[in-house]
Design a protein around this ligand. Structure first.
Ligand code: NAD
Length: 393
């Protein structure tokens, strides 16, 4: 039977490897970054396997057959290649694996974030490969490595995760395959365009950063005073999150009117998504703020910080909550909205604020590289974004 190769050596990869091995498939790992392949090998040697521990005490164990920092050693002979990576690593990883992909191999990305279909289509075509890929709207778990190469803790599992594919007609088959490998419910949706708009991480992460830090960017904290992230959602933050979600809903409605294949009902408002994904984890779902502050899957996580030389903590604006979710999320949506002639004032205010924090320029979409706005892939007409097809490049 062909192998499944997991690309990456982070939290998500630590969950995927034992789960897929325990489902009876040969698992390989492609981990090219800074000695991770060797660290994984050393970790596995400690107990002979990798373990996923769940909050209810369950443990799933398994080990990969092969670990390599060289794509040529693991990608050939893999029918499924899974990218368990932050979005800024998708491009370099696709470039590294594309020359070795078998004909008919499928690339899966968990989570896809925004505009993955544009980037994958461009890079796979350039390498002479026929694009065949799927993406998840979210990672099915909140997870953190507890011992590298040995153990990862799953803090929470989402009730369901959506999947889009190319070709679009294969979404149900791919959702079924992934669901059986990972033992989590995966639901097919009709297009990557819907998945890009439905990426709630792009609202939640930059929106909460904005809500908690706007006007307090220079604040200095003692370790124990660093604000809680999700549990810190107050009325101001919830208002911003709501306005961002409303912008995306307005865009989805405009796309549904303009593109016959686009299904706006697959783009859930933020409140509906949180209640659906975390069904059972939320003590008080009476409003958007309480759906975050009483969500046990989010409990205890704090604003990302860095330690200053004098022993205090300041907010780390270079962390993924802005560095991933703005260029690979909000800017993609802003770019699509420009094509549709729809204004996105709440999203734009957060993007502009993030530009200052990151020292980068993103607006107008397509004016800078390093984002996945459609304009970066030479898409300037809404008609190029047919609902169920990736753009033709
Ligand atoms: P992580 O930080 O644990 O993993 C990062 C890994 O990516 C690194 O260990 C490395 O193996 C790889 N990587 C990074 N840069 C690379 C590069 N340039 N080339 C090749 N490989 C590179 O991340 P994670 O927690 O596993 O998250 C993966 C994705 O899932 C991210 O998009 C994250 O936002 C998302 N996500 C994670 C969680 C969670 O609880 N961990 C929850 C929801 C969503």
């Amino acid at each position: 039977m062909p192998a499944v190769t997991v690309c990456g050596g982070g939290n998500a990869a630590h969950v995927l490897i034992p789960l897929i091995a325990s489902a009876g498939r040969e698992v390989r790992v492609y981990a090219p970054l800074a000695g991770e392949a060797e660290r994984l090998r050393q970790g596995i040697l400690q107990q002979g396997e990798m373990r996923v521990t769940y909050a209810d005490g369950r443990i799933v164990a398994g080990r990969p057959q092969t670990i390599s920092a060289d794509a040529a050693e693991v990608i050939p002979g893999s029918d499924l290649v899974l990218l368990a990576l932050p979005a800024f690593a998708h491009g370099p990883t696709l470039e590294a694996i594309a020359p070795y992909l078998d004909a008919g191999a499928t690339v899966g990305v968990l989570p896809a974030r925004g505009g993955f279909d544009y980037q994958a289509t461009a890079l796979l075509h350039r390498a002479g490969r026929t694009p065949r890929f799927f993406g998840l709207q979210t990672l099915p778990w909140a997870c953190r490595i507890t011992r590298y190469g040995e153990e990862v803790a799953v803090l929470g599992t989402k009730a369901v995760a959506d999947l889009a594919s190319y070709p679009a007609a294969e979404a149900a088959e791919m959702a079924g395959l992934l669901s059986s490998l990972l033992n989590v419910p995966i639901q097919p949706v009709s297009s990557f365009l819907a998945l890009t708009l439905a990426n709630t991480g792009q609202i939640i992460h930059p929106g909460i950063m904005y809500g908690l830090c706007y006007g307090r960017e220079e604040a200095v904290y003692a370790r124990e005073d660093v604000p809680l992230f999700y549990q810190g959602v107050d009325d101001f933050t919830a208002g911003k999150l709501q306005a961002m979600s409303d912008d995306i809903q307005a865009l989805a409605a405009a796309l549904a009117a303009a593109l016959p294949d686009f299904n706006a009902s697959e783009v859930l408002p933020l409140y509906d998504w949180v209640c659906r994904a975390y069904a059972g984890d939320i003590a008080d779902d009476s409003n958007l703020a309480s759906a975050f502050t009483t969500n046990r899957a989010y409990a205890g996580l704090r604003v990302p910080t860095r330690l200053t030389t004098d022993g205090h903590y300041v907010v780390d604006f270079s962390a993924r909550y802005l560095a991933e979710d703005v260029p690979y999320g909000l800017v993609v949506v802003h770019g699509i909205a420009r094509l549709a002639g729809v204004r996105t004032p709440a999203l734009d205010s957060v993007i502009s604020w993030a530009e200052e924090r990151l020292g980068r320029r993103f607006l107008p979409a397509g004016s800078s590289t390093g984002t996945r706005a459609p304009q970066c892939f030479d898409v300037w007409e809404l008609a190029q974004l047919a609902g169920s097809q990736p753009i033709q490049l």
